[in-house]
Write a protein that binds this ligand. Sequence first.
Ligand SMILES: C[S@@+](CC[C@H](N)C(=O)[O-])C[C@H]1O[C@@H](n2cnc3c(N)ncnc32)[C@H](O)[C@@H]1O
Length: 209
Amino acid sequence: MCAGQGHDLLGVLAAHPRRADVRAHLVELDPRNAAEARAAAAGLGLGDRVAVVTGDAALVRNYADAVPAALVLLCGVLGNVADEGMEETVDRVSRLCAPGGTLVWTRNRKAPDRVPRVCDWLEARGFTRDSLSPPDVRQAVAAHRRTGPAAPLPLPHTRCSRSSGTTCWRSGRGDERRTGPVDRGVARREGRAAAHRRGGRRDPRADRP
Ligand SMILES: C[S@@+](CC[C@H](N)C(=O)[O-])C[C@H]1O[C@@H](n2cnc3c(N)ncnc32)[C@H](O)[C@@H]1O
């Protein structure tokens, strides 16, 4: 999710002996990044094995039948999620991971260091830590395996829970399910789009930093 140009995955797949066994599903909001990822996958001869969806990673429908997955990559995301939305994001993303599957995630170690909290949240949800980079590595990388039972996929969100922070869960239409991360930029863009749809009136909260 939030796959950027797919470097996390495609760099490994390029020369992997089991590359032909992989079916990957990338979700990326920025169409330019998504196009780069698509082109890179095609260039590696993996165009038919790597689907790239241009869309919001917070919507479960953008994962179609790719979840629950054996491997979920949450890289370069948690550093963009405000504190008050982080546990909910971790909870929802963790549900995309199949029993026995692995969630690989990253988070910077800037103070206050949130890496221990993320570990605690995952470990309270049936995950076991397989690896974590040493504390002096500025961008922590961790792998957690779901050793507990499956968790149901995220439920549809029915109300907006904007609080004092900037990360929020938006009320989608009834058919939309949210997984998680709505980063500050996305939240602002969605707010502006909603204001535009309402006839140009702008909700000042939409631009709150
Ligand atoms: C810091 S980059 C990380 C990219 C990649 N995961 C990596 O580690 O190289 C964050 C990416 O998330 C994308 N993004 C931000 N909000 C998103 C959203 N709601 N849904 C999907 N992608 C999003 C951005 O366009 C950007 O490409």
